[in-house]
Design a protein around this ligand. Structure first.
Ligand code: ATP
Length: 259
């Protein structure tokens, strides 16, 4: 116990403040660059205005703003619903929850499987990159991706390079949208994915890249994106996009992910 003037600080208080600081930092990192920052700034401004009008004794305005602040928690839950969801997902994705007895049973009822046909994916992606065929390929768990699979055409097909190539072939009816792979099966093609609202992304990235990044913000999936304009192959994971140097890097990333 430390005493500073009239303040008594115990080690529990120190841990409490550190944990709250960490949570605020994680929340800030999550909303940085998104429209949520503006909403957050708006809420803080209204709260500051409330404190000012209250201290100078403007009763009517204090009562009106007070009603608004009273609903603050419910309003924050509604307004920040996507961010809160992302935050809870990122907590559940930490190595602590991924390891040990929770892994493979409770939290991962449908693991990706080590028998993923990586070579078929690498071959198809290399060819699409060389021919500048736009592609969006999502790999993940069925439970998380089911709602996106439902927006496309169900295939439930065995993965092969030719199958992937024929889906993304420019004249194919299913080339628009994303193809989704779970448990080593190509489940669905022509799927619609949620777009990211990250405003920090380079302006030249269009909808294909934004949709690929968006789904990795909400699920623990890995997305392969082939740019139709440049042929560059990128992967998205946990809301981050990185361009790959070649097929070997893609192979490594897939092996790492399928483990
Ligand atoms: N919400 C979405 N879900 C899945 N696919 C989408 C979505 N929105 C767009 N797409 C796909 O992205 C294509 C348009 O890509 P666009 O050219 O805008 O993207 P880009 O990121 O610039 O990629 P590229 O480098 O290939 O041009 C569409 O034809 C469609 O196939």
């Amino acid at each position: 116990m430390i005493r500073i003037g009239f303040l008594e600080i115990s080690w529990i208080d120190v841990v409490d403040v550190l944990l709250v600081s960490y949570l605020i930092y994680r929340f800030y990192k999550l909303i940085r660059g998104s429209v949520a920052v503006r909403i957050f700034t708006g809420i803080i401004s209204i709260y500051l205005l409330y404190l000012i009008v209250k201290s100078v004794g403007m009763e009517l305005l204090t009562a009106i703003l007070g009603q608004f602040i009273g609903l603050g928690m419910v309003a924050a839950l509604i307004l920040f619903q996507p961010e809160i969801r992302k935050f809870l997902l990122s907590v559940g994705r930490t190595s602590f929850f991924k390891s040990g007895i929770l892994n493979g049973s409770l939290l991962s009822p449908d693991p990706l499987g080590t028998d993923l046909n990586i070579e078929a994916i690498v071959t198809a992606v290399s060819e699409m990159s060389a021919t500048r065929t736009g592609a969006l390929l999502v790999l993940g768990k069925r439970s998380e991706l089911q709602q996106y699979m439902d927006t496309g055409n169900t295939l439930d097909a065995t993965i092969s390079a030719r199958l992937i190539l024929s889906i993304f072939y420019k004249n194919s009816p299913m080339h628009d949208g994303a193809a989704i792979i779970t448990s080593n099966k190509l489940r669905s093609a022509g799927c619609i994915l949620p777009l990211t609202d990250n405003m920090d992304l380079p302006p030249h990235l269009g909808l294909r890249h934004r949709a690929g990044i968006g789904v990795t913000e909400l699920t623990d999936s890995l997305v392969i994106i082939v740019s139709e304009e440049t042929g560059i192959v990128s992967i998205a994971r946990s809301g981050k996009l990185s361009a790959l140097s070649g097929p070997n890097t893609l192979r490594e990333k897939l092996q790492e992910y399928a483990m």
